[in-house]
Design a binder for this molecule. Structure first.
Ligand SMILES: NC(=O)c1ccc[n+]([C@@H]2O[C@H](COP(=O)([O-])OP(=O)(O)OC[C@H]3O[C@@H](n4cnc5c(N)ncnc54)[C@H](OP(=O)(O)O)[C@@H]3O)[C@@H](O)[C@H]2O)c1
Length: 361
């Protein structure tokens, strides 16, 4: 598809000619509705008109449009009907509903069929994001799309414990101009390691380690190119629970390991992306009221739990605050800083010499 956007009409409209073979045969860039009507009225082949509410038109507007008007975006201009041979008004405004040129942000959320992922998707839809929602339960994805007609919702049914599922979603991450990737899908499979069936351990590592790693990998290149974007990885406070006494916690060796992976991945990737405009956050909730435990046959209804909505509020505010590790339920953020300072102190404390305590006495 070509757009015929070759020259700014405001910078010399009489000489402007739409490209001979193009699907959108005319784009009028102006801040003045009267000028627009004159221009589009005088041309038989103008199919799309735009009013840009810019302070000044001309080359700035054209440059902007040249970056905005891609075949993909043009496909969103539902008012355009080149075949009709008459002007079809499509007014640009900075909202993101169907039928306007897409200026909205685009987010992909995994595990959007329930709990935290659904709460993320709902909040983002409310904030005007177009969405790609991912999960295995297709009927829930379809319900979500039907319940949010004000934004574009693409549903992707994929099992992120499989290579095929991960690859399918990774393709979307690399092919679409994502502003936000929320790696949220997850299971826990709390169980002593020796009793954890191998296929459950594999599923857990695939969903919580391999999938977020490969999806972030697929998304990050485009984000860096565009100079903006954010990746939110949903881990949990259990990432920090390694030293906890055995009696206090559920059996969780693999699950805790996957969450710790997300913390380390997010911190190092965030540092790697410094100066690119792309942000990375790992969000570490405590216990949240979702289907998570219930799906494993655990009843935590008597345990005080955070709402998924509060968690999303913290994650999005944490992004604004520039937090790499967001712990929605930890009041004293200096506790986390102390952990990371201790991490770095231990890291810096190494040497090639065998530590004294290991030398034969
Ligand atoms: N709830 C908590 O207390 C808590 C605490 C700390 C961290 N977290 C983290 O929060 C994240 C979200 O959990 P939640 O509490 O919202 O639980 P949830 O209500 O059970 O939601 C889990 C989501 O993950 C998706 N999912 C699971 N396996 C998948 C697979 N193989 N492929 C694709 N999608 C899959 C599920 O979708 P389908 O079943 O439709 O595929 C569902 O949408 C998890 O990663 C968990 O580690 C939760």
């Amino acid at each position: 598809m070509t757009t015929g956007l070759t020259e700014s009409p405001t910078a010399g409209w009489p000489g402007w000619e739409p490209a001979a073979a193009c699907d959108v045969v005319g784009l009028c860039v102006t801040t003045d509705e009267d000028v627009l009507n004159q221009v589009t009225g005088g041309l038989r082949k103008v199919a799309v008109r735009l009013v840009l509410k810019l302070g000044s038109a001309g080359s700035t507007a054209l440059n902007l449009l040249n970056t905005m008007v891609t075949p993909d975006n043009v496909a969103h201009l539902s008012g355009a009907d080149p075949a009709a041979g008459a002007a079809q008004p499509v007014t640009y405004s900075n909202d993101n509903r169907k039928g306007t040129l897409r200026m909205s942000k685009l987010a992909l959320v995994t595990g959007a069929t329930s709990g935290i992922g659904k709460a993320f998707a709902e909040r983002l839809a409310g904030d005007g994001y177009d969405l790609v929602v991912v999960g295995r339960r297709q009927e829930r994805l379809a319900e979500f799309a039907a319940a949010h007609p004000q934004v574009e919702v693409r549903t992707v049914a994929a099992d992120l414990s499989t290579d095929a599922g991960i690859d399918a979603v990774a393709q979307v991450c690399s092919g679409e101009p994502l502003d936000l990737l929320v790696n949220n899908a997850g299971v826990a499979h709390y169980m002593p390691l020796a009793e954890l069936p191998a296929e459950k351990a594999r599923e857990l590592v695939n969903v919580k380690v391999l999938a977020p790693t490969l999806l972030a990998r697929a998304a990050v290149g485009g984000m860096v190119e565009r100079g903006r974007g954010a990746i939110v990885n949903v881990a949990g406070m259990i990432a920090f629970s390694g030293p906890a006494p055995h009696s206090q916690m559920p059996r969780r060796a693999v699950y805790a390991g996957t969450l710790a992976h997300l913390v380390a991945l997010s911190q190092t990737l965030s540092a790697e992306l410094e100066g690119t405009g792309v942000r990375v956050q790992v969000v570490c909730p405590g216990v949240v009221a979702t289907e998570f435990h219930e799906r494993q046959g655990l009843d935590l209804s008597a345990v005080p739990r955070m709402s998924a909505g509060d968690l999303v509020t913290a994650a999005l505010r944490g992004l604004e605050l520039g937090e790499v590790v967001c712990a929605p339920g930890v009041e004293d953020a200096s506790l986390l800083d102390a952990v990371f300072r201790a991490d770095l102190a231990a890291f810096a404390g190494q040497s090639p010499e065998l530590a004294t305590r290991y030398r034969a006495g």
